[in-house]
Design a protein around this ligand. Sequence first.
Ligand code: ZN
Length: 428
Amino acid sequence: MSIDLLIHSANQVLTLAGDAPKRGATQGDLAILRNGAIAISGEKIVAVGDTLDLLALADVHTRTIDARGKIVLPGFVDAHTHAVFAGDRANEFEMRLKGATYLDIQKAGGGIMSTVHATRAASLDDLVAQSRARLDAMLAHGTTTAEVKTGYGLDTATELKMLDAIAALDAAHAIDLIPTFLGAHVVPAEFKGREDEYVALVVEEILPRVGDWRLEIRNRQSNLQSLTSNLYCDVFCEDGAFTLDQTRKILTRAKELGFGLRVHADEFANLGAASLAAELGAASADHLMVTRRDEMRALARAGVAAVLLPGTTFGLGKTNFADGRAFVEESVPVALGSDINPGTSWCESMPFILALACRYVRLAPAEAIVAATINAAYSLGIADRVGSLAPGKIADVLIADVPDYRHLAYRFGANPIEMVIKRGKVCD
Ligand SMILES: [Zn+2]
């Protein structure tokens, strides 16, 4: 076996080895090796262990990287993003700072619909180009896998255009992308007062078309290691978005069509979406800022990951963060996402999300790192391939120029990630 790349002498290698997901007492289990090393062949990890043992595997063809004084960890998995969109909403941000209400912003043409208009108007190439710049920044901050939602199309053609953009970026960009269909993001303006008609359109027309799209993509992809064969359906269950009944209709149909399920639940109002996620066996319930303890226990029993998104609360200048500690106490697998989107959280940095999670979501640094790697991978159904450092896994590896894992969350505002290795290749 020839070793292409050998990273050695790291102060700490955070392997995150062990069963996934990690929850309750194991939520903070980083499985750290001191003076550790990792050997990579092709795009896979082939050995993880003590530096002296692994250096013996190197030959003249092996590139060696000395990580003395630094830490090594798996690439971040961002469990919840809206990274594909056109335009921006800087104007809305400024209006909100000056005291404008949600309604004021809507009247001025702001809100999700303004991004929908920009995304509908953009060509596929333009959408890909605008989104690629964000993925570049995410990669530089250590994200090697990300979920990406549609939901700025809200009509069949534009939802499919967004999926094509996600597939094109997945093929062309180092970051592996997992697509989620979020046709039920908001009711589009043209269906105002006819909400159930829009739900019917999603259930009867758009969802089946997206199911067909997935089959086409699978047939087109000769690269069997692509992660995009996982396809999820998500619904924004919230006052002003979709009711619990509508959410149930859409997710039930999606499940019949073979989609995995995710839910935007309990961000502002508790409509019962967390319980629905547990009942339907969803992969994740996301946001969860007003979730009750009994609902947390239902999520734990069903193995649903809680994807917490502190960037959004911070982005809105609010302080009502989700209570991550309570989810850990109730043994729910906790994951983290950036929720990168143009309205409430334009954040490409998972290290910044770790900093927020430790201060406001009440996670310990080790728990937050688990949430941003192996548990996020679990929430996306890919924990067997990414999210930890073990032989046989895809070699998505970060070197951070800090002496101890706690520094990843302790420091903030600068980028601690010095080197990103994606599928065994050093990213420049
Ligand atoms: Zn979201």
